[in-house]
Design a protein around this ligand. Structure first.
Ligand SMILES: O=C(O)C1=C[C@@H](OP(=O)(O)O)[C@@H](O)[C@H](O)C1
Ligand SMILES: C=C(OP(=O)(O)O)C(=O)O
Length: 429
C-alpha cells in the first residue's frame, strides 16, 4: 500500500483520456438491472469500491453477475430476493446505502429475514434521517441500530403506498431512492418534496434512467410526483454507462492549467449527468471548450479567472474549483455547498484546512469557501481524509512551482482507481 505520492511540478497536460464509467449511473444501473426480471447487459460499468459494495449487496440478495472483458450481465430477480440475506456492508457508498434503504423497504416480504444495512465508520456518521422520516409514517420496517438518524439500520417488510413527504435539503439521494422504490409498491403514491432541494440534476438523472428501465413517473410540478404502483422494471437488454462527468472535472482543470488540449472521452454534449456543466465553469475560468458527441476537448492558456458562483447543482465537480482558485487572478467564492459537510468527510473544513497548508488564505463559511489566489506556494503533504475527491483535487497543485505530496492516494479507488497513473501519463514538466 502506497501511503503517499509525491508529484513533481508539472507545466503541461495534453492527450486523450477515457473516463471510467460514472459511479452515479453504474450504481443506479446495477440496482435497476437487479430489479428487472430478465437479464441486462451493462457496458462500461465502473469497477471501483462503490460499485463493488453495490454488487456484493445485490449478490447477497440473490442477484448473479456474469463478467466478460467489456460487459457485465446482471440476472435480476424482479425484487424477489433471497429470503435468508442478512447483513449488507455498503462501505461509504451513498449511492448504495440510500437507494437500498427505500428499495428494501418496498420489496422485503414478511417471510424474509431482517436485513441489516451497514457501512464503514464514516457511513455511520452520514445522515439518513430525512429518508427514514419519509418511510416510517407509511409503516416501513426500518429501525436504527445505532444512533438515531444514521446507519446501521434494520430493514423488514411493511411499507405501504400513499402520500410521502421528503425533506430534500440535505441529500437528493433520498429523493432518488424513493423514486426508484415507490413504483414497486402495489398501490399508487405521491411524493412531495420539502425544503430547498439540493443536487437537483441527480434527480433528473434518476428519472431519465427510470424511463430507460420502463418505469414511468409523472412530474406534476418540480416539488411533486405522482407514482403509479405495481410497475415492473423492464430490461432494456443492453445498457451503456456514460463516462464519469465528475471525474472529467479533474482533466478539464488540468487542461486549463497545463494548456491542453485534452480530449476527455466518455461524456459529450448530450450527457445525462449534471456535472457535465463543469465544462461551463471551466470556460468561465478561462478555458476553451469544444463539445462532441461522446467527448469534450479543453485547452487553456495557463491563466485562470477567479469566479463567484452558486454550486448547489454540482457539489462534486464544485470541489475542483477550489485548487484552481489558488492559480486565479482574483478571489473565488464557491457558494451554497452546505451538504459538503456530510459527504465522505466534512469537505468544507477539509478543503479549507489543506488549502491553508499550501499558504492560502481561505474563509470557511457555513455553506461557502472564499479562496484568495496564492502568490507564495509552500510545499505540503496533503491529507485526504479517505475522500477520493480531496486526493484528485489536490493533484492539481502539481501545476504550481513546488509540486505536492498527496497522502493516501489509494482512497481514489472509491470511484477512480487509475486516477494517479493517468495523471502521470498526461501531465508533464
Ligand atoms: O445521486 C447521486 O448519484 C449522487 C448525488 C449527490 O449527493 P447529494 O444528493 O447527497 O448531494 C452526489 O454528491 C453524489 O456523489 C452522487
Ligand atoms: C458524495 C459522494 O459520494 P456518495 O455517492 O457516497 O454520496 C462523492 O462521490 O463525491
Amino acid at each position: 500500500m502506497v501511503n503517499s505520492i509525491q508529484l513533481e511540478p508539472r507545466q503541461h497536460c495534453r492527450g486523450t483520456v477515457t473516463l471510467p464509467g460514472s459511479k452515479s449511473i453504474a450504481n443506479r444501473a446495477l440496482l435497476m438491472a437487479a430489479l428487472c426480471q430478465t437479464p441486462v447487459t451493462l457496458h462500461n460499468l465502473l469497477v471501483s469500491d462503490d460499485t463493488s459494495r453495490m454488487r456484493e449487496a445485490l449478490n447477497a440478495l440473490g442477484v448473479s453477475f456474469e463478467d466478460d472483458k467489456l460487459t457485465t450481465r446482471v440476472h435480476g430477480l424482479g425484487g424477489h430476493w433471497n429470503k435468508s440475506a442478512s447483513d449488507l456492508y455498503l462501505g461509504n457508498a451513498g449511492t448504495a446505502m440510500r437507494p437500498l434503504i427505500a428499495v428494501l423497504a418496498a420489496t422485503l416480504k414478511s417471510e424474509h429475514q431482517a436485513v441489516v444495512l451497514k457501512g464503514d465508520a464514516r457511513m455511520h456518521e452520514r445522515p439518513v434521517k430525512h429518508l427514514v422520516d419519509a418511510l416510517q409514517p407509511q409503516s416501513a420496517g426500518v429501525n436504527y441500530l445505532g444512533e438515531t438518524g444514521f446507519p446501521p439500520l434494520e430493514m423488514t417488510s411493511g411499507l405501504k403506498s400513499g402520500h410521502f413527504e421528503i425533506d430534500g435539503s440535505v441529500s437528493s439521494q433520498f429523493i432518488s431512492a424513493l423514486l426508484m422504490a415507490l413504483p414497486l409498491l402495489p398501490g399508487n403514491s405521491t411524493l412531495t418534496l420539502k425544503g430547498n432541494v439540493v443536487s437537483r440534476p441527480y434527480i433528473e438523472l434518476t428519472l431519465q434512467m427510470l424511463a430507460d428501465f420502463g418505469i414511468s413517473i409523472k412530474e406534476c410540478s418540480p416539488q411533486r410526483y405522482a407514482i403509479t404502483g405495481g410497475q415492473c422494471y423492464q430490461s432494456p437488454g443492453e445498457y451503456w454507462v456514460e463516462g464519469d462527468a465528475s471525474a472529467a472535472s479533474y482533466w478539464m482543470a488540468a487542461a486549463l492549467l497545463g494548456k491542453g488540449p485534452v480530449e476527455i472521452i466518455g461524456v459529450g454534449k448530450n450527457s445525462i449527468q449534471g456535472d457535465k456543466r463543469f465544462a461551463e465553469v471551466i470556460e468561465a475560468m478561462g478555458a476553451s471548450v469544444s463539445y462532441h458527441k461522446n467527448s469534450i476537448t479543453v485547452s487553456g492558456t495557463g491563466s485562470v479567472q477567479g469566479i463567484d458562483q452558486d454550486f448547489n447543482d454540482i457539489p462534486d465537480a464544485a470541489m475542483t474549483v477550489a485548487p484552481l482558485a489558488l492559480f486565479a487572478n482574483k478571489p473565488t467564492t464557491i457558494r451554497n455547498v452546505a451538504n459538503w459537510r456530510v459527504k465522505e468527510t466534512d469537505r468544507l473544513h477539509a478543503m479549507a484546512t489543506e488549502l491553508r497548508k499550501l499558504g492560502a488564505t481561505v474563509d470557511e463559511g457555513e455553506d461557502f469557501l472564499r479562496i484568495e489566489p496564492l502568490k507564495h506556494w509552500q510545499h505540503a503533504a496533503i491529507d485526504t481524509y479517505d475522500d477520493h475527491r480531496m486526493a484528485m483535487c489536490f493533484s492539481l497543485v502539481a501545476f504550481s512551482s513546488v509540486g505536492v505530496t498527496i497522502n493516501d492516494p489509494g482512497c481514489c479507488a472509491k470511484t477512480y482507481p487509475d486516477y494517479f497513473s493517468e495523471f502521470s501519463r498526461l501531465c508533464h514538466s
